[in-house]
Design a protein around this ligand. Structure first.
Ligand code: ATP
Ligand code: MG
Length: 461
């Protein structure tokens, strides 16, 4: 690999490095001083060192423009043939798009350039050449389908739009952590490799654990409840959940990120209150902290008003019927029904008081009418965002419910044991991080808000 080094526009040396010296030389030479966004037209005349990817090049014969891209944005690198060392000018023109270069140059105020400045290079250091043709276009001129994009995800993620989603994802989780900490929650991490299913019914991914069978956990449910027996009072976890269901939809993944909470000495309405305030806080935080990213995406999230509407399951059933969809009492709502109810409501809402049999065994039935449970789903008009409930804390009732659901209580020994020695009343919920983000940003496909999605067909990259 040849590295061209220019000092003050004059070729200082050209040398071929082997891989060892290349690494050390690059590290010595890589001293970036500025991101694109750090530079302003007022810095006219200053010497800066910038680095990034060659986004585009424009050759006007006597003048050559490079658009250099870094995480913060774009900058124009301008070379006028008559004023530039011929070797630098020629080598710059031979560079391939998406190569990584380091440039030392003088800032020049230039109204017509992006951000009002351009950089006149004095040295140009090629750190890594890019092969061509590229696996996909990232300048926005040629669209690519989602599979092409995911196959070359590292390249797809170089796009402003993709970067914006993940900067926002970072801020969403920061807002979640700040909010839950301000409400007295402790962050925990529970095992992802487990011996038993959390709930009956849901397909699990089996794995080999030494000479035994184990599974990837579908939810931290049982462990966060055990933490209530441990007296931790209020806990939250942000972690991977694995669902082996063969979904092929725009809102299901086989590996998703769940935001889970569990709290003691509260009921389902208290944790609904926490949930709606958290959603509100996330929208406010993103609106304030992510203006450039929202601009890149062309969306302006509407901050939802508190409190969210609360429909009972029976109310929701009536709305569905009015919309021409029939659902039997005691059944979960299918996708189309969920959409019809969502369209009728038109904003975030809760569906509360679900039939006990639609919910998992740990869900607390109402004391005066056991057919209904102290449960809720948080809905966005497009889809379900979260499920939660008051949990059963009585050992005997829990055992009964496990049996009534056709499961073997012996498989739940490690869990049931925690209910025998002082388990406080408690409630909690699980919220899908990806669904929260995709609905906030009007993203159609859930795969866009995960770096490396896992779905029925995709296990790589
Ligand atoms: P759905 O009925 O929409 O498939 P669910 O009721 O099976 O969801 P829960 O077990 O209640 O899901 O999980 C709580 C939350 O975790 C969901 O509301 C959703 O936001 C998220 N979630 C669950 N499964 C998935 C998945 N396969 N892909 C993405 N997010 C998921
Ligand atoms: Mg659910």
């Amino acid at each position: 690999m040849a590295i061209l080094l220019f000092r003050n526009g004059v070729l200082a040396h050209t040398k071929t490095y082997n891989n060892d010296t290349l690494a050390s030389t690059s590290i010595m030479d890589v001293m970036r001083t500025h991101y694109a966004s750090d530079i302003t037209p007022e810095m006219n005349g200053d010497l800066v060192t910038v680095a990034g990817w060659i986004h585009e090049m424009r050759d006007l014969g006597g003048i050559y423009f490079l658009v250099l891209r870094d995480r913060s944005g774009f900058m124009q690198i301008t070379m006028v043939k008559k004023k530039t060392d011929p070797a630098l000018f020629d080598s710059a023109r031979r560079l391939s798009r998406e190569s990584v270069i380091l440039i030392e140059g003088i800032v020049k105020e230039e109204e017509k350039a992006p951000n009002g400045y351009e950089i006149i290079p004095q040295t140009l250091n090629v750190l890594a050449e890019s092969d061509s043709p590229l696996p996909m276009d990232i300048t926005g001129k040629v669209g690519a389908d989602i599979d092409t994009r995911l196959d070359s995800r590292f390249m797809d993620l170089r796009q402003r739009r993709s970067l914006a989603i993940f900067v926002i994802r970072h801020h969403v989780l920061q807002a979640v952590r700040n909010f839950l900490e301000s409400e007295g929650f402790l962050e925990i991490h529970t095992p992802k490799v487990v011996a038993a299913a959390t709930e009956g019914g849901t397909a699990l991914f089996p794995i080999t654990y030494f000479n035994r069978e184990a599974f990837l956990n579908q939810s931290p449910q049982l462990y966060k409840q055990i933490m209530m027996a441990a007296g931790f009072d209020r806990v939250y976890e942000i972690g991977a959940i694995f669902r082996a269901e063969e979904h092929d939809t725009l809102r299901h993944l086989n590996e998703a990120t769940s935001i889970d909470i569990e709290a003691s000495f509260v009921d389902q309405f208290d944790v609904m209150d926490i949930l709606e305030r958290l959603i509100h806080e996330v929208y406010v935080h993103v609106s304030h902290s992510c203006a450039p990213q929202l601009r890149d995406l062309g969306v302006e999230p509407v901050i939802p008003e508190l409190p969210f509407k609360r429909l009972t399951y029976d109310d929701a059933l009536d709305i569905a019927t009015q919309q021409g969809y029939s659902t039997e009492w005691g059944e979960d709502f299918g996708t189309a029904v969920e959409r019809a109810i969502g369209n009728a409501v038109g904003e975030h809402y809760f569906i509360i008081d679900w039939p006990t049999d639609t919910k998992p065994y740990y869900t607390h039935p109402y004391e005066n009418d056991q057919a209904y449970s102290r449960s809720f789903d948080l809905m966005h008009p497009r889809m379900e965002l979260a499920s939660g409930s008051q949990r059963i804390h009585s050992y005997h009732l829990l055992r009964q419910r496990i049996e009534a659901c056709g499961l073997d209580p012996d498989g739940f020994d490690f869990y049931l044991k925690a209910f025998r020695y002082g388990m406080p009343p408690h409630a909690g919920w699980g919220l899908g991080t990806e669904r929260l983000i995709m609905t906030m940003l009007h993203v159609e496909n859930i795969r866009e808000v995960v770096l490396f999605p896992r779905d029925r067909r995709r296990l790589s990259p």
